[in-house]
Design a protein around this ligand. Structure first.
Ligand SMILES: N[C@@H](CCC(=O)N[C@@H](CS)C(=O)NCC(=O)O)C(=O)O
Length: 212
């Protein structure tokens, strides 16, 4: 039995949706980040990084969205969430690599500035600059998505639920972007995501609103 350790609204939303999409039996184990459950000795013994997501497949423990998403897609190849054509697969890897290394990290400068500076004034600056970077990067995502309809074009892949995470963070209180006005292509993508039964089920379980 697969187990996904997730926290509502966190970046673990992406593998959560992916598991719903592939229809594999799995258990969703909630980790309350606000209560520090990611730092208990038991959790750290499983994932010394103290983060979600973690995917357990028997004894195989996997961390990092950039590894977990391709793993889910390739292990359950039936639904085709990892493209079989080399160029499409490369596009999918390109999105996932960029989201993990750049989009997520830009957001962390605003949400977790204490990781990047100690001095309170410097922290203020990290947040201000982080917001600017996010607006710029959110714009790049919007442009790259274009008409879609999906991240890599005509075909839905695990890059799509990963994008949804950052759309929801864009509308959240940390960034407070007007996603529909400023990032219309990404918002159209989020709305398409919201029509998928797997996404509806996952958002409901995590207590998140559908993209309006
Ligand atoms: N590079 C990791 C990042 C994971 C990560 O930062 N997860 C956050 C939630 S979105 C977390 O668990 N934060 C808890 C903490 O920092 O204490 C991935 O993509 O899987």
């Amino acid at each position: 039995m697969l187990k996904l350790y997730y926290s509502p609204g966190a970046c673990s939303l992406a593998p959560h949706v992916a598991l719903e999409e592939v229809g594999a039996p799995y258990e969703a184990v909630k980790v309350a980040l606000a209560k520090g459950e990611q730092r208990t000795p038991e959790y750290l013994a499983m994932n010394p990084k103290g983060r979600v997501p973690v995917l357990k497949d028997g004894d195989f423990v996997l961390t990092e969205n950039a590894a977990i998403l391709p793993y889910i897609a390739q292990r359950f190849s039936g639904p085709g969430l990892w493209p079989s054509y080399a160029k499409e697969a490369a596009r999918c890897a390109e999105w996932i690599g960029w989201i993990a290394s750049t989009v997520h990290i830009a957001y962390a400068h605003v949400r977790r500035p204490e990781r990047y500076a100690n001095d309170p004034k410097a922290i203020e600056d990290v947040i201000a600059k982080g917001k600017e970077s996010c607006r710029d990067i959110w714009g790049q995502v919007d442009k790259k998505l274009g008409e879609g309809p999906w991240a890599i074009g005509e075909r839905y892949s695990v890059a799509d639920p990963y994008l949804l995470v950052f759309w929801t963070w864009g509308r959240g209180p940390t960034l407070g972007f007007d996603m529909a006005r400023d990032f219309p292509s990404w918002t159209a993508h989020a709305r398409r995501m919201g029509e998928r039964p797997a996404v509806k089920r996952t958002l409901e379980r995590e207590g998140l609103e559908l993209p309006a």
